[in-house]
Design a protein around this ligand. Structure first.
Ligand SMILES: Cc1cc2nc3c(=O)[nH]c(=O)nc-3n(C[C@H](O)[C@H](O)[C@H](O)COP(=O)(O)OP(=O)(O)OC[C@H]3O[C@@H](n4cnc5c(N)ncnc54)[C@H](O)[C@@H]3O)c2cc1C
Length: 484
């Protein structure tokens, strides 16, 4: 659970509160919506309401006004205009991987799954995707081209959703943040205006292009995005797993090896405690492991050389490394893609010294009593620390590691123990933590402590221009609040 919530009084910002015109009653309003959009409108009276309203992270029990499966970009525009006319709000939520608490009955949820366009231009090294395209679908389309987009661990988030708020990719140490690889964006802003943004934009559009690249979904509903592709002629990687009791030695090797790793290599350390449930495949079911997951832009020979120091840790239980076709990139982390209840806690670490490693082992290692199925330390550094010319609003990540804790409250009674473990671990690593949480690892609480004060002011100004009535609701509102 993130406790680093900062709230900013909207009255202090140039963002006007939403208009509250005389509203027709809810039934009339929804009938009007159905007339205006071509896609399916789901409402609380429908038998499929629960399936329609639930996000991927089913811990978030959201109760929006209605859900629209938009048919095309025209539907997005019609839905936003409807919300403006009637004084409601709109939130784009293609999957709900990044769902946050607090989205209520005044909000129309847009599912963009129908926007499935994928155009790969190998010559220009770009891919143009619709707002419903999931990371796995783009990776599959790129398989064999020798080019990749800045994909993360999981196939299921949309390219647009993961990229707008940074995009921490396996390939980010070599190529930087996903948001800085955005080439152009088409969106419907908070007044229902269609806007096309790129480095060639001028005036307010230029500010907006800066803002969406790291400022997230607060400025418009993106219908189409063009991203840069990067060379990946060969990818080697996978997981090496030991019994959990080897976590202390593994952490030591990880700290030393990552300090010298080339930028073409990403290494993530894991402590796993897999529950004995049918959803967990054999041979992981009911077992605990410490492990490293690696992805190398390179071949098997180089990969084997780079993981050699890890192989010296005794007791290797599983070696799941090999050549990785791009379409199988998500197999490295092998995370669930089905809807899952997830509680997350995350902090960037300024260092991984002896004290911090001991604190991690004490909090989540063997015998700690930790209820967490997944603990991850991602090695960052490399191009994450650099600001490219004309980069977007996200800004560089100077901290070399990200600590991420995942709890799965399969039954609600587990939640207090998970929160207690978050608090315990957070306190134990506090000396090394920078106090910053990456936007894409912010969990289920809307917050915006990421941006500097100056950048946030600029973001709030861009929001006031693109969405003056505060019609749009992002999971990471740039004002620092979840809206009115
Ligand atoms: C299992 C798992 C693994 C993950 N791994 C990584 C990783 O490796 N790297 C990483 O960077 N992140 C990772 N994430 C975080 C994930 O990228 C973010 O939660 C991301 O926002 C999900 O995007 P989505 O569109 O799929 O989700 P949603 O929850 O549907 O959308 C999240 C937010 O994105 C914005 N958004 C989405 N679509 C649009 C649109 N068309 N227009 C405007 N705004 C839009 C909205 O503000 C929305 O609130 C992971 C998350 C999970 C659950």
């Amino acid at each position: 659970m993130n406790t680093d919530t900062t709230t900013v009084d909207l009255a202090e910002t140039p963002v006007a509160p939403p208009a509250t015109p005389d509203r027709p009653d809810r039934r009339q309003a929804l009938a009007d919506l159905r007339r205006r959009v071509a896609g399916t409108v789901h409402t609380p009276d429908d038998p499929d309401w629960d399936a329609a309203r639930m996000p991927w992270n089913v811990v978030v029990d959201q109760q929006p006004l209605a859900v629209v499966d938009v048919r095309d970009a025209g539907d997005v525009r019609a839905a936003v205009r409807w919300a403006v006319d009637l004084g409601f709000q709109v939130a784009a939520q293609p999957t709900g991987h990044g769902a946050v608490h607090g989205l209520g009955g005044d909000v129309l949820l847009l599912r963009t799954g129908a926007l499935q366009e994928i155009v790969v231009d190998e010559q220009r090294r770009t891919a143009t995707v619709g707002a419903g395209v999931k990371a796995g679908a783009l990776l599959a389309a790129l398989d064999g081209t020798g080019l990749t987009f800045l994909a993360g661990s999981n196939d299921d988030p949309t390219v647009v959703g993961m990229t707008l708020t940074g995009g921490i990719s396996w390939f980010g140490r070599a190529y930087g943040l996903g948001s800085d690889s955005i080439v152009s964006v088409e969106l419907v802003d908070g007044l229902g205006r269609h806007r096309t943004l790129s480095a060639a934009s001028h005036g307010p559009d230029a500010d907006l292009f800066w803002a969406v690249r790291g400022g997230g979904g607060d400025f418009g509903v993106v219908t189409r995005m063009e991203v840069a592709l990067h060379p990946a002629p060969q990818v080697w990687g996978g997981r090496l797993l030991w019994p959990l009791e080897r976590l202390p030695e593994l952490l030591g090797v990880f700290a030393r090896a990552t300090a010298e790793a080339p930028e073409t290599l990403s290494t993530w350390l894991h402590a796993y405690q897999f529950p004995p449930v049918p959803q967990v495949p054999e041979p992981f079911r009911g077992r605990s492991f410490a492990g490293v997951a690696v992805a190398l832009l390179g071949d098997a020979e180089e990969g084997e050389r780079l993981v050699e120091p890890y192989r010296e840790v005794p007791g290797l239980a599983m070696d799941l490394t090999g050549d990785v076709p791009l379409a199988e990139l998500s197999g490295i982390a092998a995370e669930p893609t089905e809807p899952t209840p997830g509680m997350e806690w995350s902090q960037l670490l300024a260092r991984l010294d002896e004290d911090t490693m001991e604190a991690i082992v004490r909090s989540v290692g063997e015998g700690s009593g930790s209820p967490l199925p997944v603990v991850q330390v991602r090695h960052l550094g490399g191009a994450f620390t650099r600001t490219p010319d004309g980069g977007g609003a996200h800004g560089p990540v100077h901290e070399p590691y990200n600590l991420f804790l995942l709890g799965i409250p399969a039954v609600p009674e587990l939640a207090p123990a998970i929160e207690a473990c978050f608090e315990r671990t957070g306190a134990a690593v506090a000396d090394a933590a920078s106090g910053r949480t990456l936007l894409n690892f912010g969990g289920t609480r809307a917050h915006s402590t990421w941006w500097s004060d100056a950048d946030r002011e600029r973001l709030v100004r861009a929001k006031a221009e693109s969405d003056p009535l505060a019609t749009l609701r992002s999971n990471r509102p740039v004002s620092g609040t979840m809206g009115p």
